[in-house]
Design a protein around this ligand. Structure first.
Ligand code: NDP
Length: 249
């Protein structure tokens, strides 16, 4: 049990086949209390109930600062602390550079980048007060190689922004024993690809992956567990690639 009694907040974690949901499941298996945040409070509550009585689901749009602060306050009111935050909520859009309209830019950067800022700002005062905490930010291989497969340039920019933000947070929050790290997943089989992964495209993508398979949400969840737990006690400001070798650098 790597997270016994740790209170773990995971954003965007209601999606059935998503990375956040798999992370919540794994954290619960390791003794953690999973607090599932998502846009739809009903779905978040259902996802939490599936894990058992110790877990909670709360409606929270991470682009809304007040909603983030309220969600963190509710968690602290009920459980007394917040040990782990996984900034997982994210959306993507497969647009070409010249097709990105202001609304596209705002939608994509708001959830990943602004959401990571707001939710982290909501939990950090509590982590600072308890002099411990681990924040895991889900970026993407898209940030590192200028495009994954499905995300447009605005998605790459948002996820690259997450990497910079996480490193700066790690520097500033280290003295309070709050660690901040990022995970950069490659192509993971969730619903974010919106059914656009055809068998031909899949075969083509596999040629560039040394481990010769696409990733599963659980592959990313296991890396989140490492970064959330004391297994990574001296790791902060790091970026952990979870991409099957799709990008080796
Ligand atoms: P999913 O779409 O399955 O999960 C994303 C979740 O975030 C959904 O539940 C979604 O809710 C929720 N969400 C969207 N907007 C908000 C918001 N404003 N506030 C709170 N929650 C929100 O996708 P994945 O599991 O694939 O993605 C998880 C993370 O991993 C994302 O940050 C993504 O960019 C990143 N990633 C994914 C990769 C992949 O190949 N799958 C590769 C690299 C990174 P709803 O369904 O209601 O919109």
């Amino acid at each position: 049990m790597l997270l016994s009694n740790k209170v773990c907040v995971i954003t965007g974690a209601a999606s059935q086949r998503g990375i956040g949901r798999a992370t919540a499941r794994l954290f619960a298996l390791h003794g953690g209390r999973a607090i599932i945040l998502d846009l739809d409070g009903g779905q978040a509550a259902e996802a939490a109930a599936e894990l058992g009585e110790a877990h909670r689901g709360i409606a929270c749009d991470v682009t809304d600062k007040a909603a983030c602060v309220n969600a963190a306050a509710r968690v602290v009111e009920e459980f007394g602390r917040i040990d782990v935050l996984v900034n997982n909520a994210g959306i993507t859009q497969p647009l070409k550079f010249m097709d990105i309209e202001p609304k596209n830019y705002e939608a994509v950067t708001d959830v990943s980048l602004r959401g990571t800022l707001y939710m982290s700002q909501a939990v950090v005062p509590h982590m600072r007060a308890q002099k411990s905490g681990s924040i895991v930010c889900i970026s993407s291989v898209s940030a590192q190689r200028g495009g994954g497969i499905f995300g447009g340039p605005h998605y790459s920019a948002a996820k690259a922004g997450v990497l910079g933000l996480a490193k700066a947070m790690a520097r500033e929050l280290g003295p309070d024993n709050v660690r901040v790290n990022s995970v950069t997943p490659g192509l993971i089989q969730t619903d974010i690809t919106g059914g656009k992964l055809t068998p031909e495209l899949r075969a083509d993508i596999l040629k560039g992956i040394p481990l010769n398979r696409l990733g599963d949400a659980e592959d990313v969840a296991r890396s989140c567990l490492f970064l959330a737990s004391e297994l990574s006690s001296y790791v902060t400001g790091a970026t952990l690639d979870v991409n099957g070798g799709m990008l080796i650098h």
